[in-house]
Design a protein around this ligand. Sequence first.
Ligand SMILES: Cc1cc2nc3c(=O)[nH]c(=O)nc-3n(C[C@H](O)[C@H](O)[C@H](O)COP(=O)(O)OP(=O)(O)OC[C@H]3O[C@@H](n4cnc5c(N)ncnc54)[C@H](O)[C@@H]3O)c2cc1C
Length: 474
Amino acid sequence: MRIVHWFRKDLRLSDNSALHHAVQDAKGDVVPLYVGEPAILTRPDMCGRRVRFVLDTLRALEKDVKSVGGKLILRHGDAAKIVAAVAREVGADAVYWNEEYEPALRARDRAVADALERQGTRCVRFHDRLLVAPGEVRTQEGNPFTVFTPFQRACLLVPQEESLPRVAKLAAARAETRPVARAEDLLPKLGLEHGTDEIPDAGEAAAKARWIRFAPRLAEYAEDRDRMDVDGTSRLSIDLKFGTISPRTLAALVFAAAKEKPAARKGAEKYVSEMRWRDFYAHVLFHFPHVEKRSFRPEYDSLRWEENPRHLEAWIEGRTGYPVVDAAMRCLRATGWMHNRARMIVASFLVKDLGLDWRQGERHFMRELLDGDLASNNGGWQWAASTGTDAAPYFRIFNPVLQGKKFDPDGAFVKKWIPELAGVPGDRIHAPWELTPIELAAARVTLGKSYPKPIVDHGEARGRTMARFAAVKG
Ligand SMILES: Cc1cc2nc3c(=O)[nH]c(=O)nc-3n(C[C@H](O)[C@H](O)[C@H](O)COP(=O)(O)OP(=O)(O)OC[C@H]3O[C@@H](n4cnc5c(N)ncnc54)[C@H](O)[C@@H]3O)c2cc1C
């Protein structure tokens, strides 16, 4: 028996459910395939950095596949046509893959499954992407969870699957393939910018290296994860996104580290609980696909947002006059990554201070973030906008100055991204408009010139937001 394994967002050989079972069922005669799909690459929310990262990941995967005797078949085109054609060409009895849960990807998979069925090729799918599969946990009434805490409690009762071993043998089928595209050639064709920023190393080995770098910090994770001035998080979101590490493996590594070092237990529990937010938002999108376009709560679809391209631009460019917001947005622009606390602050600012539609911010994030992921991004934005499942209540509005003082107490994060403010001492950096003229002169800051004055007054904006939501609440 010969099987095609279709790699999608599971770009690894270790602990990969579909690949592992394909190798077992076909006794190693498995042809690995990856399809570059124009339908995905030309999505309006595509991001040049993410494409670069995937190309680097494919190069790493190609090498890994070769090291176990296989040859990665790379094709470009419509998935339904290509997967069926490759299965025919190599004489495969079946195609195996790991499930994806986004609405568009599920529709694509249905089309591929139909094409395979028409030609008599079996298609076998596995759950692999999350710690717990959508549908596996439900409320007592049998409904999907819409609140995180009971969701997490139910997930804890699901026995955690064991990690699967790395595959040791793949087939090198004689089938047409093409080299991994060069980003310099591909991105201009897609109308995407290459950018000059360095992107993280890609591939399974790089994901493992990121874990090894982070592991000693697990003991402090629960305390440090909210601090924007501390490198206290794992930066593994990009690996979970493209599957260069499996969530099962990661959770197992986290608990093993806590077993070895009991002081890391609290951090380990917090870390896996954060991973469950990723699961939670994927479940929400699976069960309530309307959230991709609309508010989870229908009443909030009638919120009347401001139309203000000037404010949107200032937010995107990090020129709002609120240092913590501007530092975070400049960091995003320069690196494609943003700290979770910073994501919450800038999202709250866009929606609750500028009164702009959360979808504008969501789209911008997808165009910039290396780890840009429909479910987690949508969940994060609807949480901040108070329109989502388990969202912040609308009257809880982040104060960007207090957030800055609490989570960047010495202003180190702001200084890194806004060198114009480097001369302002301590946490006073978070409200430069409160400095006296003498202090401003000593710090070499001219508000409105070297650094912007606030584009809105937080107190007034808060009042407008309360009124906006109150109008909808009736
Ligand atoms: C407005 C907004 C937009 C976001 N957009 C994305 C996105 O596009 N892609 C994405 O992966 N995450 C998104 N997040 C969640 C979170 O900010 C990132 O996962 C996290 O910052 C990644 O850094 P890390 O890997 O160092 O996190 P760590 O603190 O090391 O966390 C470990 C893992 O847990 C998961 N996780 C942690 N926090 C969250 C969370 N709040 N929601 C979902 N998963 C979480 C991630 O997979 C992360 O890699 C968003 C959050 C907000 C508030």
